[in-house]
Ligand binder design. Sequence first.
Ligand SMILES: Cc1ncc(C[n+]2csc(CCOP(=O)(O)OP(=O)(O)O)c2C)c(N)n1
Length: 532
Amino acid sequence: MTSVRDASFDFLRRQGMTTVFGNPGSTELPMLADFPGDFTYVLGLQEAVVVGMADGYAQASGRPTLVNLHTAPGVGNAMGAVFNAQANKAPLVITAGQQDRSLMTLQANLTNRDAVRMPHPLVKWSYEPPRAQDVPHALARATHLAALPPRGPVFLSVPMDDWHAEVDEDAVAHATGRSVNGRAGGDPEAIHALARRLAGASNPVLVVGPDVDASGAWDAAVALAERQGLPVWASPAPGGGRIGFPEGHPHFQGILPPAVGPLGQTLESHDLVLVVGASVFSYYPNIPGPLLAPGTELIAITNDPDEAARAPMGDAIVADVRLTLEHLLEHVEQSRRPAPGPRAPVEAPPESDPLSPSAAIAALADVFPPDAIVVLEAPSATLAVRSRLRLSRPGSYFFGAGGGLGFGLSAAVGVQMAQPQRPVVCVVGEGSAQYAIQAFWSAVAYDVPLTVLVLRNQEYSILKWFATLEDVQGAPGLDLPALDVCSVAAGYGMPTRRAGDATELRDLLGQAIVSRRPELVEVAVAPGMALS
Ligand SMILES: Cc1ncc(C[n+]2csc(CCOP(=O)(O)OP(=O)(O)O)c2C)c(N)n1
C-alpha cells in the first residue's frame, strides 16, 4: 500500500511537473505537508496571478503545469485567468482543496458545494473523484486531457482527507504509469488534395497563427512559404497569443486586421488562403463586410475540432500543425511564383515630449537581444511592438489571446521561470499592470530576472480609441490620474527606475535586461493608439 499523496507526487515527478503554482489555505495543507525537496512551490499572492504565472510557464515550457488553489473562493478569484488560459490553450491541471469528505454533506465551512460545476465552461474537464483512492488516477486523467489537443485547463477538486488515504500500489502503478500521445497527422488524401490546390492556385497566401509556434512548426512554415513563393500574414492580433513566423522574414507582410470587412479586403487579391494554426478568425470589433472576396477560397489546418467546426467559411483539416505541414512539404514542388515584396521598413518615430508609445518601443527595439522574449499587455502599443521588434525566433512572444487583463505581468514571471536562459521583457500598460500587480512580489521572491517596461499614459487609451470607433461620448472611468506603479511595485520589493527621455529609456532598459535580476522601468508616454 502507498498513500494517495505519495502516489500523486510520484506521478507528477514522472511527468516533470515539479514546479507547482499556488495559493494555499487550510484545505490544501494536507497536500503540501512535507513538500518534497525536488519540487518547487511558487506562491502567488492572488489566484489570478497564480493561474497567470502557470499559464506563462506551461506555454513557454510546452508542458502541463500544476496549479493548486483554495477551494471555492480561490477558484472564483482565478476565473478570469482560467478564461485566458483556455484561449491560450495552456495545459493547466488546476487542483483545489475541498472540505473533509465527512463534513461535505452537512456543508461545513469552506465546502465547495458544487466544485465540479464551478469552473465550467472554462475547462475541458472538471471532476471530484468519488473515492479517495481514485485521486492519483484522476490526476493522471486530468493531466493527459490537459495535454491532448486542443490543449487547455482542466480542474480537479480533492477533499482534504484524501491525501492520507491508502491505495493499492499495483493498481495505482498501472493508472499513473501510462503515456498518452495525441499528436495525430492529417488524412493523406486531404493533404494531397491541399498540395494540388496550392499548386493550381495563381496567387495563394499563407496565414500563420499561434499553434504554429506551440506545435514547433516554424521551420516547416518558412519552408512552405519559400518553396511556394507565398506572402505570409499573421492571424489577427487579439486572438493570436503567439507568433508563428519570423516577422523580419522577407515574405512576412504584417498582421491581419481583426474585423470582418477589413480582413476580407486584405486577402481579396488572393484566390487561395491557407490558414495554419489559427481559428478562422478571432474577429473584433464588428466592422461588417464580405468574409472573403468572391473567388477567394480558404482552407485551414488546426488541431482543434471546434475551431474547424465553427469557422464561417472555408474547408479545414483537423490534425497536428507541424506533422501536417511536414507531410504537405513532401508533396509540394518549388514554385515559379515570384517571391513577394517585403513589407515597408518602419519609420523612425518623431521626437515628442512625452514620448509617443512608438518611440518607447523603438527605444526597446534598440536594446532588445535577438534571443529575448516579449510578453505583451500594453493595448495601445500592441501594433508598435509587432512592427518594431520584428521577432524572428520561436517562442519569442506571448500575449493574452482571451483579452482578459492580468495575463501579461503574471505570465511574464512564469515564462521567465520556464526559459531561464532567455531574457524576458514584459511590456505592460499602467492600467493592465493593476490586474496582476501582486506578480511583482513573486518575481522578487523567486529572483526571476524579468524586465518590466511600464508605459504610463494616465488613461485607458485603447478604450478611448474604441469609444471613437463606437461613436460613444461621455463614458466615465477611462482616466487614470496619479497612478504610481513604481511606488506600488517598490512595496513588493521590486527595484524600479523612471526614464525621462528616449536615450535614458534605452540605457535603463539595456541595463535592466543584462542585470539578471527583476527590474521595472517606467516611462511616461503620450496617450493615444500607436499604429506602428
Ligand atoms: C479583466 C479585464 N477587465 C477590463 C478589461 C477592459 N480593458 C481592455 S483594455 C483596458 C485598458 C488597459 O489600460 P492600459 O494598460 O493602461 O493600456 P492603454 O489602453 O492605455 O494602452 C481595459 C480596462 C479587460 N480587457 N480585461
